[in-house]
Design a protein around this ligand. Structure first.
Ligand SMILES: Nc1nc2c(c(=O)[nH]1)N[C@H]1C(S)=C(S)[C@@H](COP(=O)(O)OP(=O)(O)OC[C@H]3O[C@@H](n4cnc5c(=O)[nH]c(N)nc54)[C@H](O)[C@@H]3O)O[C@H]1N2
Ligand SMILES: Nc1nc2c(c(=O)[nH]1)N[C@H]1C(S)=C(S)[C@@H](COP(=O)(O)OP(=O)(O)OC[C@H]3O[C@@H](n4cnc5c(=O)[nH]c(N)nc54)[C@H](O)[C@@H]3O)O[C@H]1N2
Ligand code: SF4
Ligand SMILES: [Mo]
Length: 685
């Protein structure tokens, strides 16, 4: 094919032994921003990564962790060749084999499992990985579907917010970063862009400089909460009642936009009824905030325009997370906030490109559907058939999936055949029977699709594959061929797939990318809701009371399920994104000690002081780490980072050891922020 736009130029830095080259690419990691990158390469080796100006939103700077990505590419944890297990599961002892031997073994074992138990005994297990279009949902999906493996419900993240956004608006594109400065009021709800999407920060600051009011709803005092006009430090899991009190206020004071509700929505009456019980006093007492402050926020929202609500992912990860997202996302419809630049809601824009993955060469079979949050159960409890082959790629479940103890117990099963296709020796890779080395995004093509701003950019290989690592498309193409499920004319590797995807992208996107232009969707990269974009629901209306969701939620829509805290485990544990890792990616790099954040009142009540070694425990497990006593987390809530590797705590268990595998009210999502724990001194344990 014609190679996509040339993207190399001489480096500014003179490097010992000759000049370096700067290669343009893009960051496809699971981060909303999808930065354009300028990678300095010297003699085929990555020297440094920086931001490039190609992307107007991320222009010029990138996060500190991806600056260190070279340490992953060439680090001691990198997997360099295929290998098979030598020692006990989890010991991490492997013998090198050839790709041919490794893939023959995997194919044989898959055939044997299918013959003995049926295809459903094979569980492909994947999540974001590099998160680009070429590293998932293409040849892998074709293989699993045609071979008849179990299906996986990819619910680790964004399942509740996704279900709510789909039901309400059919995932209508939302306000992008560039339009934040247009807003007079910004409500950041359960989101911490200082870690999780840093390119939003300058836009929020700009809005503040122009006089916008900032409200942050978060149990922690995040950097933006510190500079906010109002910080509502809610109890985790109570957002639904806070938002319902705001709805009640809109209806009760005649500020619900009745004309908009009549013309563009369904179900407003039912929402009004469900909100009616949530007076400020009642909601404030459940949420653990001051009623007058809550009223102030409701009044600010009712009286401001353009008003922007940013719905993050922190609020979805609990038993009420789906209804929280419903109530928060419904605010602009009831308050009549759409139709102006900077007014409406802001959430994931990943659906904006209307990409329907026509390149997956097979329909979904009707095989067993496994909720990925139930991996531990699936491995230890499922019978008829049991999980006989587990194929993990783009995911590190030993670190990132609820109920770590049970996940590890399952991975440790002697009779389970586990394939782990990875870049580095993760906690999961240690349990592999067969290890397959994967390329990183610096060694192959991938599409970086932003989900904060609306952008899509092709990432290119800047260096050759390290060791014998191969791309997902190459490996799944070859495995599918070996298993006889790939047609002669079908793409069988990364370059074939790249061409197929470029040809299948809707509109002129593929053509733009081929010529090096930045593609934009037909409605532009800064759509105004209800001017440029409209709900993609069946009748084009906002469905404020989806019958399907009402039937599926345990207590129905806009209902609150009470706090499960007990006297034994009274503290709510949350585990938000940290600036050190992307989920668990880059968690292998050396890092300072992990700390549990705890409010001074809770520490005093337990006789604990800053820097104590503590055990954080509940009926599922325990984590040993250092304590940080800080008023940056509300009383009654403690916080540990998401994405820790097992080596980063004192006892080899991490946050997910304390996380129940209960599911959210809508969408079957994970309840990472709904753990209840007790904390004690490790010295006196
Ligand atoms: N540096 C970095 N960036 C990332 C990631 C990463 O791991 N590291 N992960 C990426 C991914 S996969 C995702 S999904 C996004 C997530 O990005 P965010 O939407 O920012 O999600 P979290 O970091 O999970 O949580 C955000 C905030 O929600 C708060 N919170 C916790 N529980 C509740 C609650 O019940 N109610 C409210 N109102 N707030 C609550 C937390 O204190 C936290 O400050 O970030 C992406 N970007
Ligand atoms: N405690 C707690 N845990 C959480 C969360 C939380 O809030 N709290 N949040 C959750 C969230 S939001 C998410 S999105 C999940 C994410 O959880 P995971 O899906 O497990 O994400 P990562 O930890 O980034 O692991 C992705 C792995 O894929 C590998 N990889 C990357 N690119 C490729 C590739 O091209 N090919 C192959 N074969 N492998 C590749 C990387 O090396 C990495 O080890 O974590 C969840 N875990
Ligand atoms: S992780 Fe996010 S902020 Fe960091 S380089 Fe990638 S896209 Fe940019
Ligand atoms: Mo996520």
């Amino acid at each position: 094919m014609a190679s996509p736009a040339k993207a190399e130029r001489p480096g500014k830095k003179a490097v010992l032994g000759g000049p370096a080259t700067v290669v343009d690419t893009a960051c496809p990691l699971d981060c909303p921003d999808a930065c354009s990158l300028a990678v300095t390469v010297h003699h085929g080796t990555v020297m440094s990564l920086d931001g490039s100006e190609n992307n107007p939103v991320t222009g010029g700077f990138i996060c500190a962790k991806v600056r260190r990505f070279g340490e992953r590419v060439y680090g001691p944890d990198r997997l360099l060749h295929p290998a098979v297990r030598k020692g006990r599961k989890g010991d991490g002892k492997f013998t090198r084999v050839t790709w041919d031997e490794a893939l023959a073994l995997v194919a044989d074992r898959m055939r044997a499992a299918k013959a003995k138990w049926g295809g459903a005994s094979i569980l492909p297990y994947s999540y974001g990985g590099s998160n680009g279009l070429l590293t998932q949902d293409n040849l892998d999906a074709t293989l699993w579907r045609r071979f008849g493996a179990s299906r996986l419900a990819r619910t680790l993240c964004a399942a509740p917010t996704g279900a709510a956004n789909m039901a309400l608006y059919g995932k209508m594109p939302s306000i992008t970063y560039q339009d934040y400065p247009e807003a007079k009021l910004i409500v950041l709800w359960g989101v911490n862009p200082s870690a999780s999407g840093i390119h939003l920060i300058p836009y929020v600051r700009d809005a503040q400089a122009r006089g916008a009011t900032l409200v942050v709803v978060d149990p922690r005092t995040t950097p933006l909460a510190r500079s906010a006009d109002v910080h509502l430090a809610v109890n985790p899991g109570t957002d639904v009642v806070v938002a319902l009190a705001m709805h009640r206020h809109l209806f009760a004071t005649g500020r619900a936009d009745e004309a908009f509700l009549r013309e563009h929505t369904r179900g407003a009456e039912q929402l009004r009824e469900r909100a009616a019980e949530w007076t400020f006093e009642r909601a404030a007492s459940v949420a653990g905030v001051d009623a007058a402050t809550l009223e102030h926020v409701a009044e600010l929202y009712a009286s401001s325009s353009p008003a922007l609500v940013k719905c993050g992912w922190g609020l979805e990860r609990n038993r009420n997370g789906g209804n929280a997202a419903m109530a928060v996302l419904a605010l602009p419809a009831v308050g009549g906030k759409f139709g102006v630049r900077g007014g409406g809601y802001s959430m994931s824009n990943s659906a904006s490109w209307n990409i329907d993955r026509t390149w997956i060469g097979a329909p979904e079979p009707d095989t067993r559907l496994v909720n990925m949050n139930h991996l531990g159960r699936a491995l230890t409890e499922y019978r008829d058939p049991p999980v006989d082959v587990l194929f993990v790629y783009n995911c590190n479940p030993a670190a990132t999936v609820p109920d770590q103890r049970r996940v590890l117990e399952g991975l440790g099963r002697d009779d389970l055949f586990t394939v782990v296709f990875e870049q580095v020796m993760t906690d999961t890779a240690l349990y592999a029977d067969v290890l397959l080395p994967a390329t990183t995004f610096l060694e192959g093509y991938d599409f970086a699709r932003a989900y904060g701003p609306i952008s899509l950019e092709l990432g290119r290989p800047v260096v050759d594959a390290v060791g014998e690592s191969r791309s997902n498309a190459d490996v799944f193409g070859e495995l599918a061929s070996r298993l006889g499920v790939l047609g002669e004319q079908e793409p069988a590797g990364e370059l074939d797939l790249l061409v197929r995807v470029l040809d299948s992208l809707p509109g002129a996107i593929g053509a733009d990318i081929r010529t090096g232009a930045r593609p934009a969707p037909p409605f532009g990269s800064r759509p105004i809701q209800f001017v440029d974009v409209f709900p993609n629901t069946s009748d084009g209306r906002v469905d404020l009371f989806s019958a399907a969701l009402e039937a599926s939620a345990p207590r129905g829509l806009y209902r609150y399920q009470p706090d499960p805290a007990t006297r034994q485990y009274p503290l709510a544990l949350i585990s938000p994104a940290s600036d050190r890792t992307i989920s668990s990616t880059l968690g292998e790099l050396p890092r300072p000690d992990v700390k549990l954040l705890m409010h001074p009142a809770d520490a005093t009540a337990r006789g604990l002081v800053d820097k104590d070694l503590v055990r954080v425990f509940n009926e599922l497990g325990e984590v040993h780490c250092e304590l940080s006593v800080t008023a940056a987390v509300r009383p009654g809530t403690v916080s540990l980072p998401k994405g820790l590797w097992r080596r980063s705590t004192r006892n080899g268990f991490t946050t997910t050891a304390l996380t129940p595998d209960t599911l959210t009210d809508l969408g079957g999502g994970a309840c990472f922020n709904d753990a209840r724990v007790q904390v004690g001194s490790l010295a006196t344990a």
